[in-house]
Design a protein around this ligand. Sequence first.
Ligand SMILES: [Zn+2]
Length: 82
Amino acid sequence: MPTAATVRCTDCAYEESFDSLRHARTAMTDHERETGHVADWAIGRLAAGVERAGDDAGVCGRDGCANADTPLLDRPESGDDA
Ligand SMILES: [Zn+2]
């Protein structure tokens, strides 16, 4: 059974996988409502890449900025002028 989504709580150790996005969303909402915690969810196998892209999207491209080697950032090579 493929994992459609994984719900994780940022305030406690709660973590559960679901084969339905709807179930995951419901569980996340229920957990937040019952505990007052803030939960997050990751969509199936795309999760790692989506999270990486999300991190990369915040990169400003200046030297010293985190994650400067992201493939999403098209930095000009030094000495690459035609
Ligand atoms: Zn929690």
